[in-house]
Design a protein around this ligand. Structure first.
Ligand SMILES: [Zn+2]
Length: 85
């Protein structure tokens, strides 16, 4: 951000563009867009395993059934929507 000091009053001035769309908002938007929107859960395909490895680094096991059977919509560890892969 460019800051301008008014020569006689010494007040700090910024441009209209910077007032309506300051750079820190752009940084925040970029971080939001780059952040994962879903948590991928995957199982070991070779076995009939019900242990899921979550993208956020946890293991989750259902005592019976799978994600759909247990009506899981969101990862209990990170809070993102579960994406089965
Ligand atoms: Zn997660």
């Amino acid at each position: 951000m460019k800051w301008y000091k008014h020569l006689t009053t010494g007040r700090t001035l910024i441009t209209n563009e910077e007032l309506t769309n300051p750079p820190w908002v752009k940084v925040f938007k970029n971080e939001l867009e780059a952040a994962p929107q879903t948590c991928k859960w995957s199982t070991d395909d070779d076995t009939e395993s019900t242990v899921y490895a979550t993208a956020c680094g946890h293991l989750h096991m259902f005592t019976a059934g799978d994600i759909a059977d247990n009506e899981y919509k969101f990862c209990p560890h990170c809070g993102l929507a579960i994406e089965e892969s």
